[in-house]
Design a protein around this ligand. Structure first.
Ligand code: NAD
Ligand code: ZN
Length: 346
């Protein structure tokens, strides 16, 4: 099934229920270079047989400025020009890198995505944000530019390791907290292995999340206001991710717990909501706490893209499905981080 959605920066063709093989129909006469990681390259060797490919080691550590030189070298070696299209086949690391490289190589090539992780399907491949990190600073260099197409082939989930399923559920739980009480209750009634054994239910949830993301991005592609909500759990989360060397999903899970604790103090969020969220995160084998140094995390946070002067736009909850953006001072954030880090048993 195909759905075309027009954003200010471009129209994206969403190809649902497709098989990787149908990629040829989308590409037709285009000259293609596939960008992927070694895990995907090893599991799906047909990719390299059919397309010119650039293959990197897997992992967040690749999302650094050096990757741009490496891709440029390889594109030059392949004599890739303006008419080439880059197709990122992989998790969020690959889609973020591919979109960014495609946006700047020769001032911009077209690109498409085949997200293979749950996290990339529900979030990273959708919405047009691309980028790389700079040291511990997440997504410091990037662009907002939409892919030509996103091909969703659910069969990829069959080879996805359990911990990557958990990471994807961190973003799914994020959408539920922000927008969808019904989804929150549904998730609360199941667990990770239930969705792993019920692929049609998983696909329904994936589509729901894509829909929430698209609705938000359609209103505010450039993140002037509403789109900031999607950063729920990501402010502290992003700072924890590369400082504590934990996965994106794990960092977002802990970040959501921190945001809820702050919401209890600032917005009067009922502590029972935080407790339910914590229980749910554990059902999806996600962490709810992590040891960290509050001062160190605050230093990283000071370079957050949502900082204005001495405050950061923080995403807080009033209730499940009721989120708001609040400018919080560094002192409030530091105290919240410190008491969270000190309160291991909560
Ligand atoms: N651009 C955005 O809007 C956006 C949104 C959310 C997250 N992100 C970014 O996405 C990244 C996290 O994405 P991720 O969790 O997909 O990480 P990832 O790309 O590192 O993938 C996770 C792991 O799963 C493996 N994998 C992926 N698909 C597989 C499959 N089908 N079978 C077997 N193994 C598979 C990968 O090789 C990797 O080892 C972070 O860098 C984050 O910042 C971006
Ligand atoms: Zn995220």
């Amino acid at each position: 099934m195909q759905q075309r959605i027009s954003f200010p920066s471009g129209t994206v063709s969403y190809e649902f229920g497709e098989h990787l093989n149908s990629i040829s129909r989308l590409l037709q006469s285009t000259q293609v270079v596939v960008v992927t990681d070694q895990n995907i390259g090893g599991l799906y060797p047909e990719l390299a047989k059919r397309f010119k490919s650039i293959v990197f080691p897997a992992g967040e550590a690749q999302k650094q400025p050096e990757i741009l030189s490496a891709i440029t070298e390889q594109l030059l070696a392949l004599e890739a020009g303006r008419k080439h299209m880059l197709v990122g086949v992989g998790g969020g690391v690959i889609t973020d890198i591919t979109g960014f490289a495609a946006s700047v190589y020769m001032r911009g090539l077209s690109f498409g995505f085949v997200p293979t992780s749950l996290l990339a399907m529900v979030d990273a491949a959708v919405g047009g944000k691309n980028g790389i990190n700079y040291g511990v600073h997440k997504n410091m260099l990037g662009t907002i530019r939409q892919p030509e197409f996103i091909l969703f082939d659910m069969a990829f989930l069959k080879t996805l390791p359990d911990e990557e399923w958990s990471n994807g559920f961190a973003e799914i739980i994020k959408y539920a907290c922000l927008f969808d009480k019904e989804l929150f209750d549904e998730l609360s009634g199941h667990d990770l292995s239930w969705y792993q054994h019920n692929p049609s239910e998983t696909e329904r949830v994936i589509r729901k999340c894509i829909d929430w993301k698209n609705r938000t991005v359609l209103e505010d592609e450039q993140e002037k206001g509403l789109r900031k909500l999607l950063n729920f759990g990501h402010t502290a989360g992003h700072a924890l991710e590369n400082t504590c060397h934990i996965s994106h999903g794990q960092a977002v899970a802990i970040g959501m717990m921190i945001a809820c604790r702050i919401s209890e103090t600032i917005n009067g969020l009922s502590p029972s909501v935080t407790e339910t969220l914590g229980k749910m995160l554990r059902q999806y084998r996600l962490p709810t706490w992590q040891a960290f140094n509050a001062g160190e995390i605050l230093e990283v946070l000071k370079m957050d893209k949502k900082r204005t002067g001495e405050t950061i736009d923080y995403i807080l909850l009033n209730d499940i499905g009721k989120a708001e953006i609040r400018a919080l001072g560094f002192d409030i954030i530091y105290n919240a981080l410190k008491s969270f880090a000190d309160a291991r048993d909560r």
